[in-house]
Design a protein around this ligand. Structure first.
Ligand SMILES: [Zn+2]
Length: 295
């Protein structure tokens, strides 16, 4: 199974803490958000859904080294707590903070990520005070290509920590997926994506140890038809997991109807994918390790 917790003695090189395993519905799960730990130290915030702030406090997560923020897209259930995160992070710091924020370019109703951050905490932003609240903050924001043909791009490469991304597709909302690699371990986050982006995800996730896939719809016709233009159904999640050769899958961004049909969802994924699959829960801590065969 997906290995949990800390191995005795040695700190795992790469871990994921699930801050939020839910989506836009309020039913007890926080919106999508994760902290990635490197050698036991929290380093990366991936998405900042509503409730992330509370979970950070509940888990007593030390934010002092978290200066990389990866946003899969700018829907509220993935970004609503971003300002609250900046707020909390600033209060853990004695010195200046240099954030590197990555997220999709803009289109239609959605601003590019640099404008989104500027609207929040820029000089004329809603929370302009944040830049000097608790610590001096600078925000280096990079807008990522959203054309499905743009290929895998490396955006961080330092001291063995590598982050790569690729454009995905999530209805009318620009979106990207991320792969984080450290010391030979890799975790991939699909973000929200419809099945039209599966080929890109497979490219990014090739042989990764863990694939965190957002699972928000049942196989057709189990969910409202318009949702299939936004999300990938379980059958195709299983096919993507098999095609990319990942070691294990963690299903997140769960909706109430997914919770009610866990056996069905699991069965559908296992039709293609033989490796371990688990459902995420808020506050879950997952060690990214080479998946071992089930029992
Ligand atoms: Zn979502």
């Amino acid at each position: 199974m997906v290995a949990r917790g800390q191995a005795s003695g040695v700190k795992p090189s790469l871990e994921v803490v699930v801050l939020g395993s839910g989506g836009p519905r309020a039913f007890g799960r926080a919106g999508s958000s994760y902290i990635v730990l490197v050698d036991g130290t929290p380093r990366i915030l991936l998405d900042a859904g509503p409730g992330a702030f509370v979970r950070i406090g509940e888990l007593n997560i030390d934010l002092e080294q978290v200066d990389i923020v990866l946003l899969t897209h700018l829907h509220i259930d993935h970004s609503g707590d971003l300002a609250a995160f900046f707020n909390a992070r600033a209060l853990t710091s004695d010195g200046p903070i240099k954030y590197r924020v990555f997220g999709p370019d803009g289109a239609g109703l959605f601003p590019k990520t640099s404008r989104f951050v500027d609207l929040l905490v820029g000089g004329n932003g809603l929370f302009a005070y944040q830049k000097t609240f608790g610590a001096r903050e600078t925000f280096d924001v990079r807008d990522l290509a959203i054309d499905l043909n743009s290929g895998v791009t490396k955006i961080v490469d330092e001291n063995g920590l590598m982050v790569e991304e690729i454009a995905t597709h999530h209805g009318d909302c620009p979106s990207v997926a991320y792969r984080i690699t450290y010391h030979g371990r890799s975790v991939v986050f699909s973000g929200d994506m419809d099945a039209s982006a599966v080929a890109n995800l497979v490219r990014l996730a090739k042989s990764a140890d863990l694939l965190v896939f957002n699972c928000a719809v049942l196989d057709p016709p189990g969910s409202p038809s318009q949702l299939y233009e936004l999300h990938t159904p379980p059958k195709k999640i299983g096919e993507a997991a098999r095609a990319s050769g990942v070691g294990s899958v963690l299903l997140s961004h769960l909706a109430p109807d997914i919770e009610e049909s866990k056996n069905e969802v699991m069965k559908s994924i296992h039709e293609s994918f033989a490796g371990p699959v688990e459902f995420a829960a808020d506050r879950m801590r997952v060690t990214v390790s080479i998946a071992r065969p089930l029992k």
